[in-house]
Design a protein around this ligand. Structure first.
Ligand code: BT5
Length: 240
């Protein structure tokens, strides 16, 4: 199927969360590739119940419904395809050098400019992406001012949301159709090859990130030489 990503859309001035609206739409039978975009989100969500700051007119807040031709166990890999697509689109349109931090944060000048949230609704996958386009530091909530950034703040370029949307959806569509993006992800992920600190609930340890396996699990060799599997969601990773 050609050009399925974004072939139908719901464009809302405001939504609680585009992921939430996309899930409701998926339940009603939204087709593969349907997207929900909101000008602002009043309850934008990150992973593990965290909040995503999504002020009006400041960014692209988009969720896509994907009905993949792969087993459900592989759905989480969609977030890696989205990370690659968003990194390419942001780099092409802003000229900035974008780093992918495992699993799927995009950083520019050390600040987070993109977040991705993949969820499931029945047999559909919902992949949400938030791209900060126009914020200056003071537009972020105080607790994010040191860590968050936008394309305009960091590159000086005003990237049009519709151009970014198209580039991002094209890059996603291509990767989902080929379903062969994990080598590209490994090559692009800046965490691979880096010395990292793994912060788990009870303990913190350091090691060398040696790779990402076929399921998206980060492989980290600890000081004793043991390669340990680090699952997204359980931990937070810092470069050391
Ligand atoms: C994410 O979670 O990074 C996933 C964010 C996904 C947002 C999109 S927007 C469209 C769609 N609809 C939704 O409701 N969500 C998706 P996580 O890795 O858990 O990171 C969340 C953390 O990032 C927060 O705890 C903050 O520290 C930080 N953060 C929040 N808002 C931010 C922003 N606008 N820019 C940069 N960092 C932010």
């Amino acid at each position: 199927m050609e050009n399925w990503a974004g072939h139908v859309s719901r464009r809302l001035k405001e939504a609680d969360s585009t992921n939430k609206q996309a899930r409701l739409w998926a339940r009603e039978g939204a087709p593969h590739g349907a997207i929900v975009i909101a000008g602002r989100q009043t309850a934008g969500r990150g992973r593990l119940g965290r909040a995503w700051a999504s002020e009006g007119g400041m960014g692209l807040w988009l969720s896509i419904i994907i009905r993949p031709q792969v087993p459900i166990a592989s759905y989480p890999l969609l977030s890696f395809a989205m990370a690659l697509a968003a990194a390419d689109a942001c780099a092409a349109l802003s000229g900035g050098e974008i780093y992918i931090k495992w699993p799927n944060d995009l950083l520019l000048c050390g600040r987070k400019i993109v977040g991705i949230l993949a969820e499931m609704e029945g047999t559909a996958a919902i992949v949400g992406v938030g791209v900060n386009l126009r914020q200056q530091a003071e537009d972020f909530p105080p607790e994010l001012r040191e860590t968050a950034g936008s394309l305009r703040m960091l590159t000086g370029r005003d990237v049009p949301p519709d151009a970014l949307e198209r580039a991002l959806l094209d890059g996603l569509e291509r990767r989902v159709d080929a379903w062969d993006f994990m080598d590209e992800y490994r090559a692009r992920c800046s965490t691979v090859g880096a010395q990292v600190r793994v912060i788990e609930q009870e303990t913190t340890w350091d090691g060398l990130a040696t790779g990402v396996d076929a399921d998206g699990v980060l492989l980290v060799r600890d000081d004793a030489g043991t390669v340990r599997r680090v699952l997204a969601g359980d931990v937070s990773i810092r470069k050391v």
